[in-house]
Design a protein around this ligand. Structure first.
Ligand SMILES: Nc1ncnc2c1ncn2[C@@H]1O[C@H](COP(=O)(O)OP(=O)(O)OP(=O)(O)O)[C@@H](O)[C@H]1O
Ligand SMILES: [Mg+2]
Length: 361
């Protein structure tokens, strides 16, 4: 396995000219290992597609370098790069059959007739499109069209597969099953992939590592669990999953734990962030599933239930803990708990290992 299979170095893309320059991608540095699936995740307009298009060669960088398998690719046109892209809108040829769509790129590349036949048959089989070879795109479901589009990219045997929101035209259920298929296939074939999405669940479930972007800049790179448990800043904490932010003050640092004052009560949180010292004001990130409502008690943060909703898999409570602060909590496995009605006063127990402290910005 090659460690730095894809390398982005100080990558910049600016649009416009003169006084009207806009920096869509701002000094992005990233290395992707061979066989890895990495997602670029962030809100609309944060520069995900622009980054992907620079890797594919559809945009020329304004600065920085891109290496694929050790080769700097700036001067290589898109069709000569070892990349294939899967698009959101499938981009299939409507007048061609599935088989013709899949074989098209190989023919253009002038692979031999036998090779075209063998490779397209193999990939059609791999993607479970066997019975559909002679249909045209209009005779396929959205999910099937997306699989053809994936087949068409994979048949070229690229070193790098690029996905730009490939599932966003599918309905919710199909999106989930198709993303599982993509993940299994990617792992089986072992192809290095960069996957763009603004759907955090998709990113978390698909990726080896996630790159969180905002305003053209990388905010954090990490495994899904690392990013969820240890967000680098408030933006990441709020963007990945749900989070309550509580103002807190560090009273002391004792071994592996912070001791904090949170709204007048004492609680502990893992000592993770070395940049935080005793006396600092911080934000405590508390996930909704990390709080348990119990009988009120002087030692506990207390609140009044504003909303109590049964979801089957969990109960969601909105709890007012001070005049201007409402937090959200989720209690899983509702059958094991009584559901508190609106108006109940409760004490809040934090699962301290799940808490995360972030310096105030
Ligand atoms: N050709 C262009 N000319 C000028 N500005 C552009 C161009 N392409 C993109 N931009 C701007 O660059 C920024 C990043 O765009 P990009 O398409 O990379 O965002 P994105 O993260 O893919 O967003 P989305 O999730 O909506 O697809 C946006 O503000 C966009 O308006
Ligand atoms: Mg985009």
């Amino acid at each position: 396995m090659c460690k730095d299979f894809l390398v982005l170095k100080q990558l910049v893309k600016e649009f416009g000219s003169g006084n009207d320059i806009f920096r869509a991608v701002d000094e992005v540095n990233l290395t992707v290992d061979e066989g890895e699936l990495i997602t670029l995740l962030g809100p609309s307009g944060c520069g995900k597609t622009t980054t992907l298009r620079m890797i594919a060669g559809f945009h020329t960088p304004s600065g920085g370098e891109i290496f694929i398998d050790g080769e700097e690719v700036s001067s290589i046109p898109p069709n000569k790069r070892p990349t294939s892209m899967v698009f959101q809108n499938y981009a299939l040829f409507p007048h061609m059959t599935v088989k013709e769509n899949v074989a098209y790129g190989l023919k253009i590349r002038k692979d031999s007739k036998q090779e075209v036949e063998r490779k397209s048959n193999d990939i059609i089989k791999l993607l479970g499109l066997d019975g559909l070879q002679n249909r045209q795109p209009a005779q396929l479901s959205g999910g099937q069209q997306q699989r053809v589009s994936l087949a068409r990219a994979m048949v070229m045997e690229p070193k790098l597969l690029l996905f730009d929101e490939p599932l966003s035209n599918l309905d919710a259920k199909l999106r989930v099953s198709t993303r599982l298929e993509i993940r299994k296939l990617q792992q089986r074939v072992g192809i290095t992939s960069v996957y763009v999405t603004h759907d955090q669940e998709e990113a978390m479930t698909l990726s080896d590592r996630v790159v969180i972007m905002k305003d053209g800049k990388i905010q954090q790179i990490g495994k899904p669990a690392e990013i969820y448990a240890h967000p680098a800043n408030l933006f990441v904490a709020g963007f990945i999953g749900k989070a309550n932010f509580l103002e807190a003050k560090v009273k002391s640092i004792d071994g592996d734990y912070f001791t904090l004052d949170v709204h007048g009560v004492t609680c502990r949180a893992p000592y993770w962030n070395q940049a935080v010292a005793a006396g600092d004001s911080v934000e405590l990130v508390v996930r909704p599933e990390s709080i348990i409502p119990e009988e009120p008690d002087d030692k506990l943060l207390q609140g009044r239930i504003l909303d109590s909703v049964y979801f089957g898999s969990h109960i969601l409570y909105e709890i007012q803990i001070s005049q201007d602060k409402v937090i959200t909590i989720e209690v899983s496995d509702p059958q094991q708990h009584i559901q508190y009605p609106v108006g109940t006063r409760v004490g809040l127990v934090f699962k301290e290992k799940s808490l995360h402290v972030i310096p105030k910005e």
